[in-house]
Design a binder for this molecule. Structure first.
Ligand SMILES: [Zn+2]
Ligand SMILES: [Zn+2]
Length: 241
């Protein structure tokens, strides 16, 4: 499986990441990617960006060094009622919004609470992708969430950074990918890079998808065609990649 875009990356705007936007784009160019999404953390992360970062992203060029640059954000889910830490005004400036549960921004809930809040996020009109749903300690009912993603046309992420930190999680990635295959749900394969050298690093995930015979047509960033289709389906008014 070929991956042509990295849709989850952090710059030095998040202090626990180490590269500038320009360096991250250079990393994408080195990895021969067609596109990169810059998705820094929302303000509720201890070192997250403030609101101004997101509403100023319109100044970032659409293409740098022949790499399409998507203006993105990784919103923190901050309550089990489905509140996130990016305002509707901030979200309007973004091409791609990931919603994630991080234990720095919310107390881990029960499996029922996590399932319900993931379903709320998938129904949120401005959220495009659920970030690293396989991450502990946020257990949830995979099948219910995958079915909601099927209804709403949203994507679930397979995150190589999280897998690198916790290789034993591979079984959960497999389970999620097989359910997405069964219900024909979009997935993204992302590095969640925190340094330019990690951009385009997808670890064992592309091979795993091949092994599981997941069709490339379900992977948002397996081709320009898929990526453009996903962005169009999500109503994004941006130039073709
Ligand atoms: Zn995250
Ligand atoms: Zn991240």
């Amino acid at each position: 499986m070929q991956i042509i875009a990295d849709l989850h990356t952090h710059t030095i705007v998040s202090h626990h990441a180490y590269s500038t936007l320009e360096e991250m784009v250079a990393g994408a160019a080195r990895a021969n990617l067609a596109a990169i999404a810059i998705t820094d953390h929302g303000p509720k992360m201890p070192d997250g960006a403030n609101s101004w970062h997101f509403c100023s992203m319109w100044i970032v060029p659409r293409v740098i060094q022949s790499v399409a640059v998507l203006r993105g954000g990784e919103a923190n889910i901050v309550s089990y009622d489905g509140e996130i830490d990016l305002s509707p005004a901030d979200l309007d400036f973004l091409d791609l919004t990931i919603a994630s549960l991080h234990s720095y921004a919310i107390q881990p809930g029960s499996a029922e609470q996590n399932t319900a809040v993931y379903q709320k996020m998938l129904r949120h009109p401005k959220i495009d992708i659920l970030g690293h749903p396989t991450d502990p300690p946020f257990t949830f009912d995979y099948e219910s969430v995958v079915k909601t993603a099927a209804e709403t046309g949203k994507a679930l992420e397979l995150n190589s950074h999280a897998l690198r930190k916790n290789p034993d999680a591979i079984g959960r990635y497999k389970e999620l990918a097989l359910l997405c295959k069964k219900y024909r749900v979009w997935m993204t394969v992302s590095s969640d890079a925190h340094v330019s050298y990690e951009v385009g690093y997808f670890g064992p995930i592309p091979d795993l998808l091949d092994e599981l015979e997941v069709p490339a047509s379900l992977i948002v960033n397996a081709s320009r065609e898929n990526l453009n289709r996903f962005l169009k389906e999500r109503g994004k008014n941006i130039p073709e990649i």
